[in-house]
Design a protein around this ligand. Structure first.
Ligand SMILES: C[S@@+](CC[C@H](N)C(=O)[O-])C[C@H]1O[C@@H](n2cnc3c(N)ncnc32)[C@H](O)[C@@H]1O
Length: 311
């Protein structure tokens, strides 16, 4: 299957990274290699790009798409949360820019058997890394009712979370819930008809929540932002693209903490905690897709880009 994914906020990211010909850059979410292609083609002698993805299919597709750049690009199959270890293994100390473009690729959504989509019938899976242990099947069939309610409410911001959790637990008393369509049916039964009339697909929020839980998407974000800023050279930049408010809030707060880490009470005349700013926020407000991009790529509608610069 062809790797189909239209990169989001592409020009804005490339501009934001301020690419130096001989710099070291890291694309933490290689996907189809769209952003990486634009980074790599701006690199000259001494320039290097590290492309990370936890999905082997993405690594293989990007390797093919980016083959013309030869050994300028190093491909790493790993989770970007391990960036410090990845640097150690590659003998690298610092980088001039990092990019993370979070979430699933269109390719992952289209590949029915990965179980990400509520529009296609497939076994419940949703693992971005098919070697990791926890799958959507495990979450749906082994989490307690309370834990399911928590996940669906917190990560899906789903007001019917409690009922959906109740219905899942009741249904699995008969037999395990094995497929995406079985789960969609349960969600439809749990949400009252009137509340399903308008708005997005009734399973959208629950599927998002389970995907976030399976891939620990929010849990690793703040720590990774800390680690990546630690690894930046002076004037190096970190660009983060998010697709929903929960992620964006984490990025916004993490950047604020990096810019102003002081924990002294406001009435203290001087700082005594000793925590120094790591740099400055470049984007006071997130960068949003242009109207042209919104017209061409529906998936970009919820994208937000925030940029931090190391001092
Ligand atoms: C939205 S796509 C990236 C698309 C890419 N920027 C492009 O232009 O083609 C997200 C990719 O990041 C990967 N990914 C998401 N979270 C990750 C993580 N924590 N570590 C490594 N890869 C991750 C997914 O497997 C997916 O391939």
């Amino acid at each position: 299957m062809e790797f189909r994914h239209v990169s989001v906020l592409l020009n804005e990211c490339i501009e934001g990274l301020n690419i130096k010909e001989d710099g070291v850059y890291v694309d933490g979410t290689l996907g189809g290699g769209g952003h990486s292609f634009e980074i790599a083609r701006r690199l000259g002698k001494g320039g290097r790009l590290i492309g990370i993805d936890q999905d082997t299919d993405a690594i293989n597709a990007a390797r093919e798409r980016l083959s013309e750049f030869g050994d300028k690009i190093t491909f790493v199959h790993d989770n970007f949360e391990n960036v410090k270890e990845i640097f150690k293994n590659l003998g690298l100390e610092k980088a001039d820019g990092f990019l993370i473009d979070i979430g699933v690729s269109s390719f992952q959504l289209d590949e029915a058997e990965r179980g990400f989509s509520y529009m296609q019938d497939a076994p419940l899976d949703m693992r971005m890394n098919s070697e990791s242990e926890l799958s959507a099947y495990d979450v749906v069939n082994s989490y307690s009712e309370e834990a399911l309610d928590n996940v669906i409410f917190k990560y899906g911001e789903e007001r019917w979370a409690k009922r959906i959790a109740q219905f899942i637990v009741k249904e699995r008393e008969n037999k395990p819930i094995e497929t995406t369509f079985e789960l969609v049916d349960i969600i439809k039964k749990a949400i009252p008809k009137g509340a399903r009339k308008d708005g997005p697909h009734p399973a959208k929020r629950t599927f998002q929540a389970i995907r976030i839980e399976v891939n620990r998407e929010l849990e690793i974000l703040e720590k990774t932002i800390d680690d990546m800023t630690d690894l930046l050279n002076t004037e190096g930049r970190l660009c983060v693209i998010t697709f929903h408010s929960l992620e964006d809030r984490i990025v916004k707060n993490a950047f604020r903490k990096q810019e102003n880490p002081c924990t002294c009470p406001p009435e203290f005349p001087v700082c005594v905690c000793g925590k120094k700013p790591k740099g400055r926020i470049i984007t006071r407000k997130p960068v949003l897709p242009s109207s042209e991009e919104l017209k061409e790529n529906h998936r970009s509608r919820s994208a937000k880009l925030r940029i931090f610069e190391r001092r």
